[in-house]
Design a protein around this ligand. Structure first.
Ligand code: ZN
Length: 564
C-alpha cells in the first residue's frame, strides 16, 4: 500500500483507557508469568494502534501545515501524549514489580527490563504539571526561532535561509551574514535568556521533586539511556579533548591557510573548499534512480528495502507552500512502514536524505518483526544515529554517481565535517552538564562558560568582532539545548562508530557491510557496547580509541586531498 493510502482514524485515549487499565491491573495481580505475558500482548496492540495513528497524523500535518483537520489531530495528541506516557510509566513499573520478574526477564529479555528501569525512573505522576510547563516553554522557543527574521541586504529572511549565506563561498558575505545573525539574536536576547532560565528551573524542579540531586541524572533516564552513564561520558569528553581537538585544530588551520584565511573566525568554520560546496549533478528523479541502483548493489537487504520505499512512495522531498520546512524519518509500526520527509534544495543535503535518513528507515525496516521493536525501537539514540551516519559512509563508494567529477571533493568535505563535529557536539553536551549542575547561574555566567568551552574545544577559531556572538551566545541557536536536553552526545558517539565502519569498509567493504547489517538488525535488543563488541569495533569509551581514529581519519583526509 502507498503511504498516501494509509487509512487514518484517531485513536482517542478515552477509547483505550479502559482496556489499558484492565491489563495493567492483570499485570499487577497476575497469578502466573503467563498471565502477565498475555496482558503485555494486549497492551502492545494498543500501543501499536496509538503510536501509528499519532505518527500518521503528524506526517499528514507536516505535508500540509494548513490542513485544519490534521492540525486538530496534532493538538489532540499533544494533549494526550503526556497521559499516554504516564501509562507507559505504569506499565514499566508494573513489570518491574511483578513477583514473576525473574521468570519474565528470562522469557522476554534482560535488556527490556533495563529499559523498564530507566523508564520508571524517568517520570512520576507528581511532575506531570511541570512536564506540561516544559512542553509549553520549548514550543515557545521553537515559535520564537521560526518566527525570527533577519534583515539581510534589504530583505527580511528567516534563519533557515540566512544559513545559506553563513556558509557562502565569499568570505565577506559570510561575515555579513554572521553580523546580521548576531544583531538579530541580540534584539531577542531578553526572551532567549528568560526562556532558558525558566527551562533550567522547571527541569531542576522536576529532578528535585523526584529525589535527584539535579536534572542531569533525570535527563539520562528520560533518554532511556541504558548503555552509558555520566562517568563514561566524562571519560569520552576527556578523550575528545586530548585526542581529537588537536588534530581537528591542526587540520582546520592548515585548510584555512590553503584558502588564504589567516585569522580563522567562526564564520569560516563551515567552509572546506574554495569554490563552494560540491553540488549533486542529478535532479530529483535521477537521485532516486541512482540511490536505487546503489542500494541494490550494496546488498540484498538494502535492495529490497529501497525497492519497498519506492513502491510505497515513502518519500516526500519537494518543497512547496505550507509544507513543513525540516526533514525527518518516521515509522508507522502497524504497517511496518517507514516514511521520509525532506525539502530538496539542490545542495549536498539532498544526498543526505537518501543516505542518512534512508539509514534510519533501513533500521526500522530490518527490525520491523523484532520481538521488542515496539518497546525498544531500533535502540537508543546513540544506536539509531550509528545506523544513519554509517550508511552515509557506506554510500561514499557510490558518490561519483551523485557528484560526478566532484565526488572526491565531496568525500573530503563530508569526512572533514564529520570529524570536526565531534569536538563541537561534545562541547554542547558539556555545556549542559555545567548548566544543570549549577542551576543558579546568571545568563552572563552561562555565556562566559560557553566562551571558555569554545576556547578549549575549538581553540582554532575566534568570534571576535562578531556582534552579540562574541559574548559567548552561540548556544542560543543550537535548538537541542532548549528543546532536547542532553540529546547531543549521542551524535558524537555514533559518529565515532560510523568512522570505524568507514575505515573498515575501505579495507574490506563487503565484510564491513555484513557487520553493519548484523548491527542494524538487532535494533534495541542488544546494548550499544555489545553491538560494538560483536562488530569487532573499538568502543568510543575505551582509552586510546579516539587517538587511533583521529590519526587514521587525518591520513584519509590527506589521501583524499592529494586526489584533487
Ligand atoms: Zn539522524
Amino acid at each position: 500500500m502507498k503511504v498516501s493510502e494509509l487509512k487514518y482514524e484517531r485513536v482517542s485515549l478515552e477509547s483505550v483507557t479502559g482496556e489499558i487499565e484492565k491489563n495493567l491491573a492483570i499485570i499487577r495481580s497476575a497469578g502466573s508469568a503467563g498471565e502477565v505475558l498475555k496482558a503485555r500482548e494486549k497492551l502492545l496492540e494498543i500501543m501499536e494502534e496509538f503510536s501509528t495513528a499519532k505518527s500518521i497524523a503528524h506526517m499528514r500535518y507536516t505535508l500540509n501545515t494548513a490542513d485544519e483537520f490534521y492540525l486538530r489531530e496534532m493538538e489532540y495528541y499533544d494533549e494526550a501524549g503526556p497521559k499516554f506516557e504516564n501509562y507507559l510509566y505504569q506499565y514499566a513499573t508494573a513489570m518491574l514489580e511483578s513477583p514473576f520478574r525473574s521468570e519474565l526477564e528470562k522469557e522476554l529479555s534482560p535488556v527490556l527490563f533495563k529499559y523498564f528501569e530507566a523508564t520508571s525512573k524517568a517520570m512520576s505522576p507528581e511532575i506531570i504539571d511541570d512536564m506540561v510547563e516544559e512542553n509549553r516553554l520549548t514550543t515557545e522557543y521553537s515559535k520564537l526561532m521560526s518566527g525570527m527574521t533577519f534583515d539581510f541586504r534589504g530583505e527580511s529572511i528567516p534563519l533557515s535561509i540566512l544559513r545559506r549565506y553563513m556558509k557562502d563561498d565569499d568570505r565577506d558575505t559570510r561575515k555579513e551574514a554572521y553580523e546580521v545573525l548576531g544583531n538579530g539574536l541580540e534584539k531577542h536576547s531578553g526572551e532567549l535568556d528568560s526562556l532558558f532560565e525558566k527551562l533550567v528551573k522547571v527541569r531542576d524542579r522536576m529532578a528535585k521533586k523526584m529525589g535527584y540531586k539535579n536534572f542531569i541524572e533525570l535527563a539520562y533516564y528520560r533518554l532511556g539511556r541504558i548503555s552509558f552513564d555520566e562517568k563514561m561520558v566524562e571519560k569520552f569528553r576527556n578523550n575528545v579533548l586530548k585526542d581529537i581537538v588537536p588534530v581537528v585544530s591542526r587540520l582546520k588551520l592548515e585548510n584555512a591557510k590553503r584558502m588564504g584565511i589567516e585569522d580563522f573566525k567562526l564564520y569560516d568554520n563551515d567552509v572546506y573548499l574554495p569554490g563552494g560546496d560540491p553540488k549533486p549533478i542529478l535532479d530529483r528523479d535521477e537521485i532516486f534512480r541512482a540511490a536505487q541502483i546503489m542500494y541494490r548493489d550494496m546488498s540484498r537487504e538494502t535492495g529490497e528495502f529501497f525497492d519497498m520505499m519506492m513502491e510505497t512512495e515513502a518519500f516526500d522531498v519537494d518543497s512547496r507552500k505550507n509544507k513543513w520546512g525540516g526533514g525527518y524519518c518516521t515509522y508507522f509500526p502497524k504497517y511496518r512502514q517507514p516514511f521520509i520527509l525532506a525539502n530538496f534544495n539542490g545542495t549536498s543535503a539532498d544526498i543526505d536524505v537518501v543516505t542518512h535518513e534512508a539509514g534510519h528507515a533501513f533500521a526500522s525496516y530490518m527490525t520491523r518483526n523484532n520481538r521488542f521493536a515496539l518497546e525498544l525501537n531500533v535502540g537508543g539514540m546513540e544506536t539509531a544515529e550509528t545506523h544513519s551516519m554509517s550508511m552515509e559512509f557506506f554510500a561514499e563508494k557510490y558518490m561519483d554517481r551523485f557528484f560526478g567529477k566532484d565526488a572526491t571533493r565531496y568525500k573530503y568535505m563530508h569526512v572533514f565535517d564529520a570529524l570536526s563535529f565531534i569536538p563541537y557536539g561534545t562541547m554542547v553536551d558539556y555545556f549542559q552538564h555545567i548548566v544543570y549542575a549549577n542551576p543558579d547561574m546568571t545568563p552572563g555566567e552561562r555565556n562566559e562558560t560557553w566562551k571558555k568551552l569554545e576556547s578549549e574545544f575549538r581553540p582554532y577559531l575566534s568570534t571576535e568582532g562578531i556582534p552579540y556572538l562574541s559574548k559567548g551566545t552561540r548556544w542560543q541557536y543550537q535548538m537541542h539545548i532548549y528543546e532536547h536536553p542532553f540529546y547531543y552526545i549521542d551524535y558524537c558517539l555514533a559518529q565515532v562508530v560510523a568512522f570505524e565502519f568507514l575505515l573498515e569498509s575501505l579495507e574490506d567493504y563487503d565484510g564491513a557491510f555484513r557487520k553493519y547489517v548484523r548491527f542494524v538488525s538487532q535494533g534495541g535488543e542488544a546494548l550499544f557496547e555489545d553491538l560494538i563488541k560483536e562488530a569487532g569495533l573499538v568502543s568510543p569509551f575505551e582509552d586510546g580509541a579516539l587517538k587511533n581514529l583521529a590519526a587514521e581519519v587525518e591520513k584519509l583526509l590527506n589521501d583524499l586531498r592529494a586526489q584533487f
